[in-house]
Design a binder for this molecule. Sequence first.
Ligand SMILES: NC(=O)C1=CN([C@@H]2O[C@H](COP(=O)(O)OP(=O)(O)OC[C@H]3O[C@@H](n4cnc5c(N)ncnc54)[C@H](OP(=O)(O)O)[C@@H]3O)[C@@H](O)[C@H]2O)[C@@H](O)CC1
Ligand SMILES: [K+]
Length: 511
Amino acid sequence: MHLYTAQEMRDLDQYTIQEVGIPGVVLMENAGRMVTEEILRRHPHPGRAVILTGGGNNGGDGFVIARLLWGAGWDVSVWITGTQEKMSAETATNYHVCRRLQLPMEHFTSDKGDSLSPLLQQADVVVDALLGTGVKGPLRPPYGALIERVNRDTKGWVLAVDTPSGVETDNGSIETIAIRADVTVSLVGPKWCHYLRPGAEYVGELVIADIGIPKEVARKMGTSARLNGPEEWKEFFLPRSRWSHKGTHGHLLVLGGSKGMLGAVKMSGVAAYRTGVGLVTLGVPESQLTTLGPSITEALLWGWPEDELGQFGNDIPVDWRERSNRFKAMAIGPGLGKVSNGQEWIRQLLQGDHPIVLDADGLNLLALDPSLLKERSAPTILTPHPGEMARLLNTSVQEVERFRPEVAKEWAHTYGVTVVLKGSHTVIATPDGRQWVQPKASPALAKAGSGDVLTGIIGALLARGWTSATAALAGVWLHNSAGELAVTSSSHSVLATDVIQCIGDAIQLID
Ligand SMILES: NC(=O)C1=CN([C@@H]2O[C@H](COP(=O)(O)OP(=O)(O)OC[C@H]3O[C@@H](n4cnc5c(N)ncnc54)[C@H](OP(=O)(O)O)[C@@H]3O)[C@@H](O)[C@H]2O)[C@@H](O)CC1
Ligand SMILES: [K+]
């Protein structure tokens, strides 16, 4: 599914009107009708609605909603912000229709707030049609005062048309104040701000409304970003052939599991098996083999040179070259811990032509010299959380969080890697400039071990021969779906190992 910026939305809107010939007033009618249907679905009996309209086309949608609710027997009260002279032709048309029908309409000014408040308190629904994709810069008066009143006085629910007013469409920022919506009905497709904080926290439940722009037209115009879903990669998830054997499904080497952190490498390995890889070898410091061995039955184990602390040592194994040919891909990082002479250690591993997924301390080793990535031509996926991304960039977590899409895109392009920037809506960026956002965010995944599971899933897909883009996308989706499925009682109590158990069920959901 396409994910829109404000400009991409405007371009599609204009193309549909000018080149396809569907009049803007028809699109506005469709938009208003879809939103009204959503209101009636949730509140089938006539009730009371306060409709707040701004001076642009978002406000025009509001006039359509007011007319349709009024026609359905609702008691409506329309509050106008913005002047008639500046209205677009479509908005003006719908404004005049409401006037001719003598709907109750009032111009909002700051001194009228006290007459609005009782209506907000009595309303079953308050419709925010103040500002949509056309908002620019800090809110000008009287929007701030109006929004503050809505957030304070509304007792029923608030429905935002397209975006909660006050939220910037492309980056989710809020300069002053924004409408706290219970439901946001986004027209045509989702916008970036629905997934980027702080704006995303104001969206409530997100509903997408088809306003009659032909799918072919939307496809032709395209967007630079999309939502992650099975349609992006499911063609690669082929049924397991009965003629296959373990070698058919790839061999993954997971490197990690220093003293005290063996659980991490084990979880990655089991998650990889649950994702369908044929064979997993766990490479751990030599002394850890005896502890790890009894706890995992299916994996092959390989003891690596270590230092006196039970951590990976200066060298990679002497027989690395001949043995490495057996592996189709590597996952480096789960429970890796510190590595003496780490820069040289990681350099040697990155030198080869294995597809690699790097996580956790693997990323911290990379942060010592990220330019190592530029010498690689094999697929590479980095799976940083915001803290690890900040370390790679030598910046703060706040900066990373403020510019999530930009940071991921820039890194993917500069270093020729696929970046999976984790967070409540993970952003995935590929070297060719494409981006995806994971639309669903399972809170059950906010727990230790979760990252190790994701690394194992992605590693498995790389070992099965998937491209870095498809492995990253499918990995993030499977991980999230397994996280959701693992919630049998409360999301508080889900363990990373529960998520692993649900990978198979998540695969079953791919349609
Ligand atoms: N996508 C589609 O196909 C369709 C989209 N449709 C709808 O159109 C919406 C986009 O409409 P849009 O472009 O007219 O912009 P919109 O959000 O109403 O804002 C412009 C108004 O806000 C004002 N304003 C701006 N910044 C401000 C600020 N900081 N503080 C205060 N005021 C500010 C600005 O004032 P001005 O700067 O001009 O004085 C102007 O009055 C879209 O979200 C969707 O709902 C549907 O109707 C049908 C098809
Ligand atoms: K709005």
